[in-house]
Design a protein around this ligand. Structure first.
Ligand SMILES: Nc1ncnc2c1ncn2[C@@H]1O[C@H](COP(=O)(O)OP(=O)(O)OP(=O)(O)O)[C@@H](O)[C@H]1O
Length: 692
């Protein structure tokens, strides 16, 4: 009891420190906001830094300190969400940030390899109050983990900082600058690990990552909502969350193509088709277009346009940037025709006629038709909406009615089209203008004749590119907003969850968004549901990362009790007979069951009325409708978990979908069906239905 009181006092003391630091930061922020003497950009930088600091201190409110390590040399380290220092005592650490190297033994020490520890202490807090603690003998399968895994789930995922396991910790801190693939079965903590790795990287590489931000790609918005709390709870905000349907600014879609079209649009073969779709828009006139000049009439016919088109294409520029070249080539060819027509040439005739041709409205109008300025959306919409264009390119199945929404598979195609068409013709110029401005500033700073040549000059400290970047800081939006709105934004790190679902074209887009190739990719090939998804990691990654990508596996299932995994194992064998089932870390004594029913709706209602407590989901194939309760499809269930799961009509699901549906339960699993179960589910305990 005495010890609990002492620890309680320690935690209370840490909260007092936190409050004091928060008050200081808040005062500084108020001062910065009111400071009219500072330059505007200086003020913005201070305000941003202080707001970030405040939001980091704010998230620490809940569960500030979650443990302590006792070392063989008699010292102790308290581990928490943020680092706190004693400014009155030479900045002695009072609380060590969980991401700091000094915190590592808390996660990795085992009885076999104690990492210099004699004891690890786990705190249980409610709000700001320490309720209790327990010590363990450095066996991480101990009480804290069991308590965390048995706890009922909430609507949003929680962070696992207090109970990270050794194999997980190694991945979180894995020092690999390129692509890291983390594979593991359902519930092995892939998502949790990927998010904690982001928090860790943002801490250890703050300089680099805070500037470019981190992109987290998850399968759908439900999943993103579910995980959206983990990073803020760890104090991280410079992160953009997106599903594959959100990766194009100003477009959000969840619509899916039929599997056949998904496969076609998702494969790299589509690149040739896109190039052909652009070429298809570089047209020849069906009828000659008369161009009336002052002294003659020339005709823009297919032969003239063909010569100009060949010349334009030879310029090797992007489609939109080539319009001027095509226009010029047309003028050149028609000028020759006109000069041959004019009977009595005068001095300077060529220059006069050229000027006239250039400015000619009909000729300009013809350029707009024969070589139109195209946005990615216009290119693809006008292709899909024209049965003839689709047929000409050999993809009649791409045809869609006018005004139909974009699909998720269209997103990488739109992105690719932007690359092919040259969407932002002005961007490089704007950038250059920024740099020229900055260079000018530096030159002014540099021309002070009274300056001592031995002193460092501004140009020695900063080059124009960097000053221009700072100049860009004038954009007030948070990094996440700016990044999400800019198709050409490149991120410092990209995380892809449920990565098995992404198509080759999705990967192409993502690697464009991350030229540094600093990525954490987590997935499970056995859970693939998408027709265009990955078959193997090498197929996807060798193209971009060569052999420089690293692979790690997670093997323990922290979600699903062994009773449920025994059932899922047979289904996994259907998906991939060579795959191994992850080992569950616990049994809960509740056997999964199946009931054959006549009235599915009534049976679901009766089950839901039992109210086991905790979260509940009913997972049904898309074709089964008109059901009570929170029904989701296997696709929507990806990455989520619930205390009680009811799976309906598994025989109507593909094997991969069945596997995902069955592995969502943290406690109870029931199956309701109106037709015989597939053989792989014969192991389920038959049970009479509660109702129906
Ligand atoms: N070290 C841990 N301590 C406590 N809980 C953990 C730990 N590791 C994982 N979990 C919990 O296990 C559950 C499954 O984790 P997660 O969703 O990250 O698994 P996953 O591998 O992404 O699963 P899936 O492939 O099914 O999406 C979550 O509730 C997570 O919080």
């Amino acid at each position: 009891m005495e010890e609990l009181l002492a620890e309680r006092e320690r935690v209370a003391f840490l909260y007092r420190k936190l409050d004091a630091q928060r008050a200081v930061a808040l005062r500084a922020l108020e001062e910065a906001l009111g400071d009219t003497t500072a330059q505007r950009w200086q003020r913005e930088v201070s305000v941003r830094t202080l707001s970030d600091q405040l939001s980091r201190l704010r998230v620490a409110d809940d569960g500030l300190c979650f443990g302590r390590t006792d070392h063989v040399d008699g010292t102790r380290t308290y581990i928490g969400r943020v680092g706190l220092f004693d400014e009155q005592d030479e900045y002695e650490p009072l609380l060590t940030d969980w991401r700091a190297p000094a915190a590592r033994p808390f996660y990795v020490a085992t009885a076999a390899v104690p990492e210099g520890l004699t004891r690890r202490r786990h705190f249980h807090t409610r709000g700001r109050r320490l309720q209790d603690f327990h010590d363990d003998e450095l066996r991480l399968d101990g009480v804290a983990l069991t308590a965390a895994l048995d706890a009922p789930r909430e609507e949003v995922m929680r962070d696992i900082v207090a109970t990270i396991q050794v194999e997980q910790d190694e991945i979180i801190r894995f020092d690999h600058p390129g692509v890291l693939v983390v594979e593991g079965g359902p519930g092995t903590g892939k998502t949790a690990v990927a998010l904690h790795r982001v928090a860790y990287l943002l801490y250890t590489q703050r300089e680099r990552l805070a500037k470019r931000g981190v992109l987290v790609v998850g399968p759908n918005s439900g999943f993103l909502r579910y995980i959206g709390n983990v990073l803020p709870s760890l104090g991280e905000t410079d992160v953009v969350f997106a599903s594959p349907g959100d990766l194009m600014p100003r477009l959000r879609t969840v619509r899916e193509d039929v599997p056949e079209v998904q496969r076609r649009k998702g494969g790299l073969g589509i690149l040739d088709l896109l190039a052909a779709a652009v070429a298809q828009r570089q047209e020849l006139p069906a009828e000659p277009v008369p161009i009336e000049l002052e002294h003659c009439v020339v005709h823009l016919d297919a032969a003239v346009a063909e010569v100009a088109r060949t010349r334009a294409r030879q310029a090797g520029l992007l489609h939109n940037h080539t319009r001027v070249v095509f226009h010029e080539a047309l003028v050149d060819v028609l000028l020759d025709v006109a000069l041959a027509e004019i009977d009595e040439p005068w001095d300077g005739v060529a220059a006069d006629v050229r000027r006239e041709l250039y400015a000619h409205r009909e000729l300009r109008a013809a350029v707009d038709v024969l070589w139109p300025a195209l946005t990615p959306r216009r290119l693809l919409a006008e292709l899909y909406e024209s049965p003839d264009r689709c047929a000409e390119l050999g993809v009649p199945e791409f045809h869609r009615e006018v005004g139909r929404a974009w699909t998720v598979s269209d997103v990488p195609l739109l992105d690719e089209a932007a690359e092919l068409l040259g969407e932002h013709a002005l961007k490089p110029k704007e950038e250059k203008a920024g740099q020229e401005y900055a260079q000018g500033v530096l030159e002014i700073l540099d021309t002070d004749p009274t300056m001592d040549p031995d002193l460092l000059r501004a140009v020695d400290l900063i080059d124009a590119e960097h000053l221009a970047e700072r100049h860009e800081e004038r954009d007030h939006r948070y990094l996440a907003e700016r990044a999400a709105a800019d198709r050409e934004w490149t991120y410092g790190h990209v995380v892809v969850d449920e990565a098995q679902e992404l198509s080759e074209m999705d990967w192409r887009l993502l690697f464009r968004r991350c030229p540094s190739k600093s990525m954490t990719i987590v997935g499970d090939l056995s859970q693939r549901q998408s027709a265009a998804g990955a078959r193997g990691w090498s197929d996807v990654l060798d193209r971009y990362a060569g052999s420089r990508w690293a692979y790690r596996e997670l093997t323990l299932n922290y979600r699903t009790p062994a009773e449920v995994m025994d059932v899922a194992a047979a289904v996994l064998a259907e998906v991939d007979p060579t795959a191994t089932v992850p080992r569950s870390v616990r049994r809960n004594g509740i056997a999964p069951w199946a009931a054959e029913v006549a009235d599915l709706r009534g049976a679901v209602a009766a089950e839901l009325a039992l109210r086991h407590g905790g979260t509940v989901a009913v997972i049904a194939p898309e074709s089964v409708t008109d059901l009570p309760g929170p029904v989701i499809t296997p696709r929507e269930a990806k990455g989520l978990e619930f205390d009680t799961v009811l799976v309906l009509e598994p025989h109507l699901m593909a094997a991969g979908e069945r596997y995902v549906a069955l592995t969502r339960a943290t406690q109870r699993l029931g199956v309701l069906h109106t037709a015989p179960l597939p053989a792989s589910l014969h192991g389920l305990r038959p049970r009479a239905a509660t109702g129906g």
